[in-house]
Design a protein around this ligand. Structure first.
Ligand code: ATP
Ligand code: ZN
Length: 295
């Protein structure tokens, strides 16, 4: 492991990779660095599974806005007799899944959604803070470097009133920018929008940009290819309305700061080479490697 190559291995499925131990070591270090950035705020840490109730994602508005990205979970709902007719099709490459039916779970597209759902019915007398990580899935149509379908997202999430959420988001945008700069990456901060689907997409994207709801930190992942490695977002009262939690009697407001762990790692590998143990000591320290790790 000492000097191992950390680069992900393709699996044959676009946007799905296997990760060598040296890559996972780097992700562990990034988690340490993010936890250190967050150390002066009382975050409640939650491990989040890679699936979420379909009803929760529907209620959050995700399905209506991003139907093209949602990975649904289907399973067989027919009889054994019906399966006897379908089973041969598995071998011949036929339509064995004709009787699959959508279930009550879908694949989780972002780590923060379960947090908002967990606040249902609460009156927030002071801001709440959560630190979460999950394996996320999005049915991306392209697969350039860093555009994965299965990826890990770490998020810091808060809920409270509007002033708190705006100030918190702005503080985190600065903090993450400084951290990435300290890792010798060159983050560019940009107002951004989400990939809304269909006829109303342009309208929603324009409104999202006009209200500066989403900022992205964009970094080069390959020669000439820049991707967002982190985002800092406010959602106004969208989730407070959707899930019924309040602050001072009004629908609660929320903000999140999301870290694309694979993308940050890929940006570092691109900038400093495929062997993390050979990186400059200052970079190793900034990414969260323990002192003396490389001796
Ligand atoms: P919101 O709360 O506004 O829905 P979010 O912050 O939870 O957004 P995004 O901004 O869409 O989620 O994604 C967060 C981060 O996850 C991105 O900045 C990126 O680093 C990473 N990410 C998103 N999509 C992919 C992908 N297809 N492959 C790899 N990483 C991704
Ligand atoms: Zn989020």
């Amino acid at each position: 492991l000492t000097d191992a190559d950390a680069r992900p291995l393709p699996t044959g499925a676009p946007g799905v990779f296997c990760y060598p131990e040296a890559f996972e070591q780097l992700l562990a270090e990034l988690r340490t660095a993010i936890a250190a950035l967050a150390a002066d705020e009382p975050f409640q840490r939650l491990a989040v599974p890679p699936v979420i109730a379909r009803s929760t994602l529907e209620r959050a508005g995700y399905v209506a806005s991003f139907p093209q990205l949602v990975g649904t979970v289907h399973s067989y709902a027919g009889t054994p007799r019906e399966w006897a007719a379908l089973a041969p099709l598995v071998v011949t490459g036929g339509d064995w899944h004709a009787h699959q039916r959508i279930g009550d779970l879908v694949l989780l597209p972002a780590a923060c959604y379960p947090v908002y759902a967990s606040l249902a019915g609460r009156e927030l007398t002071s801001p709440v803070r959560f630190a979460v990580e999950a394996s996320c899935f999005r049915q991306e149509v392209t697969s350039e470097t860093g555009r994965l379908r299965s990826f890990r997202m770490a998020e810091l999430v808060t809920a409270g009133d509007e002033a708190h959420c705006l100030a918190w988001r702005d503080r985190w945008l600065d903090r993450v920018g400084d951290w990435l700069t300290g890792c010798s990456l060159k983050p560019v901060v940009e107002v951004a929008d989400d990939p809304f689907f269909g006829a109303t997409a342009k309208l929603y994207q324009a409104a999202q940009r006009a209200q500066q709801l989403k900022y992205e930190l964009r970094v080069e992942l390959a020669d000439g290819l820049v991707q967002a490695v982190a985002s800092a977002n406010v959602h106004r009262d969208h989730f407070g309305e959707a899930f019924g939690f309040t602050s001072a009697g009004a629908p609660g407001q929320t903000a999140c700061t999301a870290f694309g762990l694979e993308r940050i790692a890929l940006a570092l590998l691109h900038a400093h080479g495929p062997h993390p143990r050979r990186w400059p000591a200052a970079v190793r320290a900034a990414v969260g490697a323990p002192a003396g790790a490389d001796r």
